[in-house]
Design a protein around this ligand. Structure first.
Ligand SMILES: [Zn+2]
Length: 266
């Protein structure tokens, strides 16, 4: 998380954005067999010019029949729109929780799965343009692009990690996930409880969250969003590493790892 935040705000078009892309690619190459970038452009309403963005797709093929998609967005919000002060609102956020946290857990899972391979193939998708905005029609751009180009039936299901680093971690069941990916939700939350993580993963509804899982679900891939939306620093300049904890990242990582290790690959 620190490495990413040290690059600074990582919004599309910034220098830090490109550096982070290269850093993620380099990290992923250490642990997976195949790493690709998926480039796309978007004409941004704010600048009226084209922005180039990149999804990073890393594949771990263990020779199983089924493949699971794990994803997190790596871009950060170009504006701190939840700040009270109008001047502060114009500044880009560091996005420790909203950006870096999900990426950190994905990289950690890669490391663990490289050491002891899981029973299923895993595709790690780092999406870009999740948080461009300002409005909802200019968000989830990388996930939408990926969903459009995704081969039908390529994945059995997806798990999205977003804002998973909060010190006070609590990830109730997100409602779109419950609707579109009910059996994944059931299995995941049951297993989290077995691990002793009922406090962090309470089996309660938290309402609908608009996120990268929507375009995937709409394209027919059941995808669960693990998100702790009760985070007072959301889209502010205070979304910094000190608000997060390594323990929270580790719990989410262990919960996903343990769940995937119980899946059947054929
Ligand atoms: Zn955000």
């Amino acid at each position: 998380m620190k490495a990413q935040c040290d690059f600074g705000p990582r919004y599309p078009g910034s220098e830090a954005h490109k550096k982070t892309r290269d850093w993620i690619v380099a990290q992923a190459k250490q642990y997976t067999d195949k790493v690709e970038t998926q480039e796309f452009t978007h004409e941004w309403s704010v600048t009226k010019s084209k922005v180039t963005m990149w999804n990073v797709v890393a594949t771990m093929d263990v020779g199983a029949k089924t493949t699971v998609l794990l994803l997190a967005h790596w871009d950060t919000r170009p504006t701190a729109d939840m700040e009270w002060d109008v001047e502060k609102q114009k500044k880009p956020i560091v996005g420790a929780n909203d950006g870096a946290s999900g990426v950190s857990v994905l990289l950690e899972l890669m490391r663990a799965f490289k050491q002891t391979p899981p029973p299923v193939n895993v595709t790690f998708l780092f999406t870009d343009g999740e948080d461009l905005g300002p409005e909802i029609n200019e968000m989830f751009l990388g996930a939408t692009h990926f969903a459009k180009n995704m081969k039908r039936g390529a994945y059995s299901f997806g798990i999205l990690l977003d804002m998973v680093g909060d010190k006070d971690l609590e990830i109730p069941i997100e409602s779109y996930s419950q609707y579109y990916a009910r059996s994944v939700v059931e299995r995941f939350y049951r297993n989290a409880a077995l691990l002793g993580y009922s406090k962090q993963f309470p089996r309660q509804a938290q309402g609908q969250v608009l996120d990268d899982h929507l375009p995937l679900n709409e394209a027919g891939l059941p995808t669960m969003d693990l998100i702790d939306f009760q985070y007072p620093y959301w889209h502010t300049l205070d979304d910094t590493p000190d608000k997060c904890s390594a323990e929270s990242l580790a719990i989410v990582g262990r919960a996903v790892e343990s769940f995937l290790r119980k899946e059947r690959g054929s």
